[in-house]
Design a binder for this molecule. Structure first.
Ligand code: SF4
Ligand code: SF4
Length: 473
């Protein structure tokens, strides 16, 4: 209660009008060094707004500049867009594991060995039943006119070929299908079946020659998969719906430049150079040091640029393109590892061969992250289960040092499975940080040099609008 002697202003809200950057109610804009000759970046870590500013104009930019005035008008829109992306999406895809078994024994597989040797496998009837249930569920989440996506995923899905192909045949009008395979069972008739139906095909290959690629990808008896993959790549030449995943480990990182040369020579339309996930202890044996992996990874990206300039043909590095597009137009992202919470359990989920549901394939070997069963439980209930909530509730703001990292919405602090298993909890970082830092710096340097479109898929901006154009100021 106020009386005559109450000092003026008592009980009123603090009066900051937000006139200054980084104090009071003013916008937060952190300058970050990107290793560029003339520019630094200014980033609002909360809204993921950024601008590149000349080094000698940084002080002015933080004062009452046109950039700042324009950003003030737009900041609420940026914040809303980021909220939507982080908390407003509904599932539209499933990683579907029709079998737990695999004919390979790759070093870094996230499925435990006992499951891969003798785990369950769906019958055709079970797989068709599962797809029918998913079709019904997606009617409630995916807007009319769009198709949800089913990616048959590993272990090795083509061990359940009959069931998988029956599913693709029966539900071809209901889903967009993809198959991620080690290529050992991808014979001519399988290629014909899949390509004639426009099914996406992902192959896995960890190097440009057998002596490198086979270090991490071998059969149980120790024979490498290299020749199988090359054969499949030859057969798929000209098919636009295929890509090759190369997992970056201590075993192959020194050869990434030669690897992209090789992919380009083989006319691979898109690849992913995915940094290793260290979820299970076995994979940590081939964990590269962050800074080394970043050095070789960015050298490989440099090479894709040279190849493009020399030949006019792009080799898209899709995981990096996603980082780049996540900076330029956050909602145009296609992959969801580099946003927090990640896509696991909210944009997609994973189905195990017995119907158990997990937030992402990365959790399939971890029984405590099973949220229910597709054949017994309602999917909306499973999405709210405690194991799913642990993943969907993992936010960069709750993780140290991500909570004060300016690029937290370009990195996302992946991966919850890795953080939980390797570092002891959801509020921990995963296995890498410097790698992600360098990836974002590299992306911002490309933008500063006007090279970014050479790294993006053609037509990436077809459905996006420019929310803010600093060049127009
Ligand atoms: S960050 Fe990990 S759990 Fe999340 S979507 Fe990526 S692989 Fe899956
Ligand atoms: S993992 Fe590292 S780069 Fe990524 S948000 Fe956290 S602190 Fe930033």
């Amino acid at each position: 209660m106020k009386n005559d002697r109450t000092p003026k202003g008592f009980g009123e809200a603090a009066p900051s009008r937000g006139r200054f950057v980084n104090t009071g109610n003013g916008p937060t804009l952190q300058p970050i060094e990107i290793g560029h000759a003339t520019h630094v970046a200014l980033v609002d870590p909360d809204t993921a707004f950024w601008s590149l500013v000349r080094r000698d104009q940084l002080g002015d930019a933080l004062n009452d500049s046109p950039l700042l005035r324009a950003y003030r008008k737009k900041s609420a829109e940026f914040a809303k867009e980021m909220r939507m992306l982080r908390f407003g999406l509904k599932p539209s895809a499933v990683y579907f594991n029709p079998t737990a078994r695999c004919n390979l024994n790759c070093t870094y597989c996230y499925i435990p060995e006992t499951m891969r040797r003798s785990g369950p496998q769906m019958t055709t009837a079970q797989l068709l039943d599962a797809l029918a249930r998913l079709k019904d569920y997606f009617k409630t989440t995916v807007p009319k006119g769009r198709l949800p996506q089913i990616v048959f995923h590993g272990s090795e899905p083509l061990l359940a070929r009959e069931a998988v192909f029956a599913g693709i045949e029966k539900f071809g009008n209901d889903f967009r299908f993809g198959v991620q395979t080690n290529a050992t069972l991808l014979d001519d008739s399988a290629i014909k079946f899949l390509t004639s139906r426009g099914v996406g095909i992902g192959l896995s290959l960890d190097g440009p020659e057998a002596s490198i690629a086979n270090r991490t990808r071998q059969t149980w008896e120790g024979r490498g998969a290299f020749e199988h993959v090359i054969r499949a790549m030859d057969k798929l030449r000209g098919y636009h719906g295929y890509n090759v995943i190369c997992t970056v480990t201590s075993e192959n990182m020194r050869h990434l430049v030669k690897t992209v040369d090789f992919f380009h020579k083989m006319e691979v339309p898109a690849c992913m150079l995915n940094i290793l996930r260290c979820t299970l202890p076995r994979s940590r044996k081939v964990k590269p040091a962050d800074a080394d992996a970043a050095k070789y990874f960015t050298a490989a990206l440099d090479r894709t640029y040279e190849l493009y300039k020399r030949t006019g043909r792009k080799l898209l590095v899709a995981n990096f393109a996603n980082i780049l597009v996540g900076i330029i137009a956050p909602t145009a992202r296609r992959l969801m590892c580099d946003i927090s919470p990640c896509g696991g359990g909210r944009c997609f989920f994973a189905v195990a061969p017995n119907g158990d549901l997990f937030p992402c394939s990365e959790f399939i070997g971890l029984p405590r992250f099973c949220g229910g069963n597709l054949f017994k439980d309602s999917i909306p209930q499973v999405l709210k289960s405690e194991p799913f909530s642990m993943v969907t509730g993992r936010k960069v703001e709750d993780i140290e040092p991500c909570d004060r990292c300016a690029i937290r919405h370009f990195c996302g602090s992946p991966c919850p499975a890795e953080a939980h298993e390797m570092n002891g909890g959801m509020k921990k970082t995963g296995a890498f940080c410097e790698f992600y830092e360098e990836q974002v710096r590299y992306a911002l340097r490309l933008i500063a040099d006007g090279k970014d479109s050479a790294f993006l898929w053609d037509g990436w901006d077809k459905d996006t609008k420019t929310a803010f154009d600093a060049n127009a100021l």
